[in-house]
Design a protein around this ligand. Structure first.
Ligand SMILES: [Ca+2]
Ligand SMILES: [Ca+2]
Length: 228
């Protein structure tokens, strides 16, 4: 113990010049926690009995750790144009996906038909993306199926497609098998690490939830910087 102590002190001093300690983690000085504005939690407590597959992430009662991204990143999806596989949503309109309203209210989401559907956000230009944050619906406990998030420069997603997230473990949506976890919706949304992937268009798939066969989208945020 006594022998290792001086070494740790030395490392800390060296790192202090180019880094900060945030949430117990050493972080480069040009990084900062993503400035997310979260909606009001709509429910508390534990889920009622629900039949869940083996692919569901256990519920956590802790808030999500801050996500570190380069300073100055913005939500590039704000107010941007949204298109969809569903040309006539059941309720709401596609603009609701990027209008900034993430609350769990009945007029805050667009509701698409059953089976696999997608929404697509056009960022307007190519961007370097660090995080995608997605709220389907957080009015009650539920797990969405076949959550797939892809980025491309091709609006038709036929070429240059990068998959950022895919939890369609049985390929029921036909986009390919994914190994990511299913998860419970909540007010924090799902934050997906995009690791600096580049592209202009984001496409987000789903195939109903444990609550409903329909597909709700409350908000999509795409945090990044315009690409050079
Ligand atoms: Ca919204
Ligand atoms: Ca599936």
């Amino acid at each position: 113990m006594n022998m290792t102590k001086p070494m740790i002190v030395k490392q800390t001093v060296m790192l202090a010049a180019a880094a900060a300690l945030i949430g117990g983690n050493v972080v480069a000085a040009d990084m900062a926690p993503l400035p997310l504005k979260l909606p009001i939690p709509a429910f508390m407590g534990t889920p009622t009995d629900m039949e869940l597959g083996p692919n569901v992430e256990p519920l956590s009662d802790k808030p999500r750790a801050p996500f570190m991204a380069p300073q100055g990143v913005k939500n590039l999806a704000a107010g941007k144009k949204v298109t969809s596989s569903d040309k006539s949503p059941i309720t709401g309109s596609l603009e609701l996906v990027t209008d900034g309203d993430k609350e769990a209210d009945d007029d805050s989401f667009v509701e698409l038909h059953r089976r696999t559907q997608w929404v697509q956000v056009d960022l307007g230009q190519k961007a370097k993306i660090y995080a995608v944050v997605l709220w389907h619906a957080h009015n009650t406990y539920q797990v969405y199926h076949d959550v797939i998030v892809q980025v491309s420069d091709d609006p038709d997603f036929t070429t240059g497609v990068k998959t950022l997230y895919n939890n369609d473990f049985d390929n029921s949506s036909g986009v390919g098998i994914g190994t990511d976890k299913e998860y419970f919706e909540d007010y924090q949304g799902r934050l997906i690490d995009a690791k600096g992937a580049e592209g202009r268009y984001l496409r987000l798939y789903s195939r109903g939830s444990t609550y409903s066969a329909l597909n709700r989208y409350t908000e999509v945020e795409v945090w990044g910087t315009p690409a050079e």
